[in-house]
Design a protein around this ligand. Structure first.
Ligand code: HAM
Length: 433
């Protein structure tokens, strides 16, 4: 006998059964509506991209360890998208002359990364991506931060539940090059800092040493990492552009009443290489969800991969796995999500089956959800059991007599009521109820 195939999906991927889809559709649709309220337009890109698109700027970890890649029959080196930002940059570059700035785009798409599956992280996940391109200065930065906080508020989350941790890559470079006066590329040091929470203190120190930092410099860096923004600003060069950008952002946030959601954290450096200015991550304040909910930042040079012209952008990605964990942890999923009322047409052998199909069309025509019972048994008890188990609210009964008289009985399975109505007016009668 041939060996049976496993019914499980590939490790780190999920099947979405009806109840999973109901939940997912509920919050995806809510997010879509929210993004539209900020005048962001929905876009979509392909699942496969050239490997080079990610190799260029996404950073070593993503490209060397996490990208699923292969050669197609035409020997093209392709990757299953691990993230959206390079695709967004490519799409903008493709229409650079036609698009009016600021470009406000969002998308909800699936991605694959070869990661160790763990709480909040899988191999296939969905991400909401929101990006605004073509705005210099920090106006777009505060818009994106406001977007994130307002989106979480829209789901009922408040400042007791999450924090937006913010820093700035330019400011980080100033710390390394101007305060610590280390020659090493700040990017190399930032990699150790990015991983600090996930590795042992010994490994972290060894990594910094390998990156060219002496024990003394490591001590100084630790001290700086524990400083608040105001304290750090005092020792930064007066012309630090990163510090200026961050000050502006914190000022704007205060005016918008968002300060209680924000926290300066120099340890937020982001693993992706293309960020150049503001960088941020959103964390659940509940210890149950340790990984970042959102991650994003400003990228100044991505369009430059495709065109001579430069265009700056800022945006973020938010993953569905941890977002769902967040909503669940804080009790933000309303009861009965997505379970809209459905009607089931019961069938009897004395009436031709096609008549039931016709009847179901009458109910569907006004936008109601209606299906005809298609099981083998015509026993009414079985049909009621089926309707109850499958969460149908109403059963429409049209036996031989009703069919002959032009009537139907509508049975409310939730409240154990029923009504005998003229078939012609039944739909309107139920809608009025
Ligand atoms: P990222 O930090 O790699 O950024 O991912 C952003 C978010 O996607 C994470 O905070 C997390 O919620 C989710 N995520 C990432 N990897 C996984 C995974 N393996 N399983 C589940 N969820 C995951 C980016 O991807 C940037 N491209 C975001 C961006 C947009 N920057 C500017 N615009």
């Amino acid at each position: 006998m041939a060996q049976l195939l496993p019914a499980r999906p590939y490790v780190g991927t999920r099947d979405f059964y009806p109840e999973d889809m109901r939940l997912r559709n509920w919050y995806f649709n809510k997010i879509r509506k929210f993004a539209a309220s900020f005048c962001y337009e929905e876009v979509q890109g392909p699942l496969l991209e050239s490997f080079d698109l990610f190799a260029a700027k996404s950073g070593e970890e993503l490209v060397k360890e996490q990208v699923y890649h292969f050669y197609d029959k035409g020997n093209r080196h392709l990757a299953i998208r691990p993230e959206m930002t390079p695709t967004v940059a490519r799409m903008v570059a493709g229409r650079l002359n036609d698009l009016r700035v600021p470009i406000r785009w969002f998308s909800i798409a699936n991605f694959m990364r070869y990661e160790r599956p763990q709480k909040g992280r899988l191999r296939e996940f969905y991400q909401l991506n929101v990006d605004i391109l073509g705005v210099e200065g920090t106006r777009a930065d505060i818009e994106v931060i406001d977007f994130i906080i307002s989106l979480l508020n829209d789901f009922g989350a408040d400042s007791s539940m999450f924090r937006v941790k913010i820093s700035n890559r330019r400011l980080f470079n100033d710390v390394i090059n101007d305060i610590l006066k280390v020659d090493t590329d700040a990017m190399i040091i930032s990699k150790a800092i990015d991983k600090k929470a996930k590795i042992s203190p010994e490994k972290y120190t060894a990594w910094l040493k390998e990156s060219g930092l002496s024990d003394e410099r490591i001590g100084e860096l630790d001290e700086i990492m524990s400083m608040g923004f105001k304290e750090l600003k005092k020792i930064l060069p007066a012309d630090s552009r990163g510090a200026e950008e961050l000050s502006q952002l914190f000022d704007d946030a205060e005016k918008l009443g968002l300060s209680q959601y924000l926290e300066f954290d120099l340890a937020v450096v982001r693993g992706l290489e293309y960020y150049t200015g503001t960088v941020f991550e959103v964390y659940d304040l509940s210890p149950e969800n340790k990984r970042a909910l959102f991650g994003g930042g400003r990228y100044d040079n991505l369009i430059g991969l495709f065109k001579k012209e430069a265009m700056t952008g800022i945006g973020f990605g938010m993953g569905d796995v941890i977002f769902q964990d967040f909503l669940q942890t804080h009790g933000l999923i309303p009861e009965g999500v997505g379970a809209e009322e459905k009607l089931l047409v019961a069938v009897f052998p004395e009436v031709p089956y096609a008549e039931y199909l016709k009847l179901s069309k009458e109910w569907r025509a006004v936008g109601l959800r209606c299906a005809v019972y298609a099981g083998a048994s015509s026993r009414i008890k079985k049909q009621i059991q089926f309707a109850e188990k499958e969460n149908y609210r109403y059963l429409i009964i049209m036996g031989g007599d009703e069919f002959a008289n032009g009537t139907v009985t509508v049975k409310d399975l939730q409240n154990s009521e029923q009504w005998l109505w003229e078939r012609k007016t039944a739909v309107q009668n139920l809608i009025k109820k």
